[in-house]
Design a protein around this ligand. Structure first.
Ligand code: FES
Length: 274
């Protein structure tokens, strides 16, 4: 059937079955369609395992210079910020706050696409045959446990609060014990992390709805401002996947940097002081 005919019938609401080969991974596609789900699956698995090991078993060296620079995984370091000292020895701030970034990223619209394709193989890819079991389970929408995806907008509000602490963390890196102020490599590392996280949050679909998405018109006054924000967010939203991965990667690079400085494998250099 010609492509035009298929499109025409679809536009009339007539269900057209596309020719699809039978058998997991079978396809007529000639591109390397499997590379993306593979590297995404590996990256997410490494991120989960790294986080679990770091938080549960290796939660030492999470800051240096007496909390001037704190690891992004353990920030906000609420136990330190609230001066809580009588907590169990095995407890750390990450155990108390990681549910927010996990909840925010786990319910992200882009993330849903990634885990459905990568881990559930439902679908395996466009025009690629999925496993037999995925046909029988099928996609039932946001039901059962997946109904939790609907809390994404509320996770956004919490993520915005975490993000503001991230910028406070950057400011803190410029305050040295002797009262001097300077920009160090640690400032740059946490600064880049905060910026990438800001772009990830700002390119969120729910964020766009928050700023102008629910309005009938954007003419003048506050609605004009919201309209301008909406248009800007729509522009960066196109690259939401890029901000997802770069902000995630920077959390771990930042953690490795803080750990290496705290363990004295490398040192944090002052770049600009005043
Ligand atoms: Fe991805 Fe909101 S849609 S963070």
């Amino acid at each position: 059937m010609a492509e035009w005919d298929r499109d025409h019938l679809s536009s009339l609401g007539i269900n057209v079955k596309l020719p699809l080969k039978k058998g997991f991974g079978k396809t007529d596609r000639i591109d390397y369609w499997w590379t993306e789900p593979i590297w995404m699956g590996v990256a997410l698995t490494v991120a989960l395992v790294y986080t679990a090991l770091r938080v549960v078993f290796w939660d030492g060296s999470i800051h240096y210079d007496d909390h001037r620079v704190t690891s992004p995984i353990f920030s906000p370091d609420i136990l330190h910020m609230l001066h809580v000292t009588n907590h169990p020895g095995w407890m750390n701030s990450a155990m108390l706050i990681l549910w927010i970034p996990f909840g925010f990223r786990g319910t992200c619209y882009y993330m849903r696409r990634v885990y459905h394709r990568t881990f559930f193989q439902n679908p395996t890819g466009c025009m690629v045959s999925k496993p037999e079991v995925s046909y029988s389970i099928g996609y039932k929408g946001e039901k059962g446990l997946f109904i939790l995806n609907n809390i994404h907008r509320y996770m956004l509000y919490l993520a915005i609060m975490i993000l503001s602490v991230k910028f406070y963390d950057v400011l803190l890196t410029t305050q040295f014990d002797d009262g001097s102020t300077a920009i160090s490599i640690g400032t740059l590392v946490l600064g880049i992390e905060a910026f990438l996280l800001f772009m990830y949050v700002a390119s969120c679909h729910a964020f766009r709805h928050l700023f102008g998405g629910g309005m009938d018109q954007w003419r003048g006054g506050i609605s004009g401002v919201f309209g301008a924000i909406y248009r800007w967010v729509s522009g960066v939203n196109v690259h939401h996947a890029f901000w997802f991965w770069t902000s995630l990667a920077m959390v771990f690079l930042g953690d490795l940097f803080v750990w290496a400085v705290a363990e004295e494998f490398i040192s944090d250099q002052i770049l600009l002081g005043w």
